[in-house]
Design a protein around this ligand. Structure first.
Ligand SMILES: [Fe+2]
Length: 364
């Protein structure tokens, strides 16, 4: 709710009833006019030709209405009052309160039965929302009692978004297979990593369904990369290097050469951590000044030691009918060495589609 407003030369000062206040610049408010002339209500697209707005535009008149739920503004270039809701203004506060924790950072001891869900529940309306909440909160879930075929993977993927096409196809099935170029097909231990550091838009989710198991070993390993970031934040230099050095990833094989580069800890402009990318297998060659290069090696040693620290690793042998789904922008995955036969099916889903279904279900 809005308590009061004050027209300033180039902005509108808004004081909310919870004592938060902010100055909204005229040009920003005018650019976000949501009346029929400036906004297409059907397509949710802007009609305003922003570059043609008068840079000297000013507020002729402004008032608070409907018990503090709206501000009405009459602009110097318009005849009609434009309405702005409290909700809209609060959503766009510059001093937004970001102290609330959006998800639970974890080490293995923090993970209990909450990550196990049932297929039938997950595909039901209420259960699906609960599943998304858990997946967002912990970065991974295990869906039990699945049918051991590709259709299961397809069904879950299509509840969330759609199957992403990649060099590995859309839906894939694999056993240990020495003929493939990627390390994922071996029986050796796979240390924790994120997939597709060579892709400019790494997959957001990965689904892995165990279809057959006649093997010893082969535990799936999950590590919360955001927890590692939190731990390493205390070591300023290490954290800076992991946050700033763009590490190249490269995939060569199967008729393609894919390359991308980004820091191990990628942040947005608000300095919020948005993505952890680490794959020592796929790291390509690069040089920096020797001093910095040596510091980089120290930093990735710290990172990888935590990723391989048993206290940070949640381990579980996937049984036939169990589907592991995880956020590839946050959780590193690995697999213990095994002997025998293990048949898996899976797919990738784009991050934007995971975010979309979370928004639709009010998860964030
Ligand atoms: Fe992988």
């Amino acid at each position: 709710m809005i308590q009061n407003i004050k027209i300033l030369p180039n902005s509108l000062h808004v004081k909310f009833k919870n004592n938060i206040d902010d100055n909204f610049p005229n040009i920003w408010l005018r650019d976000h006019a949501k009346d029929d002339e400036n906004w297409d209500q059907r397509s949710h697209q802007r009609k305003t030709f922003t570059a043609k707005l008068d840079t000297n535009l000013f507020i002729k008149e402004a008032s608070v209405s409907e018990n503090g739920n709206y501000v009405n503004i009459l602009w110097s270039d318009s005849e009609k009052m434009i309405k702005y809701s409290t909700e809209f203004l609060q959503k766009n506060l510059i001093k937004k309160d970001t102290t609330h924790q959006k998800y639970s950072l974890w080490r293995s001891k923090d993970i209990n039965d909450q990550v196990y869900l049932n297929f039938d529940d997950v595909v039901s309306d209420d259960g699906f929302k609960f599943f998304l909440k858990n997946l967002h909160e912990y970065g991974f879930c295990v869906i039990k009692n699945c049918k051991t075929n590709m259709e299961t993977v397809d069904t879950i993927a299509n509840k969330i978004g759609y199957v992403r096409q990649s060099i590995f196809g859309g839906l894939w099935e694999f056993e240990s297979n020495a003929g493939m170029a990627d390390s994922a097909y071996t029986q050796e231990e796979l240390r924790p990593h994120t997939d597709s550091t060579y892709s400019k838009d790494a997959p957001g989710l990965q689904l892995l369904l165990c279809c057959e198991l006649d093997a010893t070993g082969g535990e799936s390993i999950m590590v919360d990369g955001f927890k590692i970031a939190e731990t390493l934040k205390e070591q300023k230099e290490v954290f800076e290097i992991l946050s700033n050095v763009e590490v190249p990833g490269k995939y060569v094989g199967d008729g393609v050469i894919l390359e991308a580069r980004r820091p191990i800890f990628r942040h947005n402009s608000k300095k919020e951590l948005t993505q952890v990318s680490f794959n020592n297998y796929d790291r390509a060659e690069f040089r920096m000044e020797n001093d910095l290069m040596l510091k980089f090696y120290e930093a990735i040693t710290q990172f990888d030691n935590l990723a391989n620290n048993i206290e940070y690793q949640w381990r579980h042998i996937l049984k036939p009918g169990e589907l592991l789904i995880f956020n590839n922008w946050r959780v590193l995955h690995g697999r213990g060495s095994f002997q025998g036969k293990r048949k898996m099916a899976g797919c990738y889903i784009n991050m934007e589609d995971f975010e979309s279904i979370c928004k639709i279900n009010n998860i964030f």
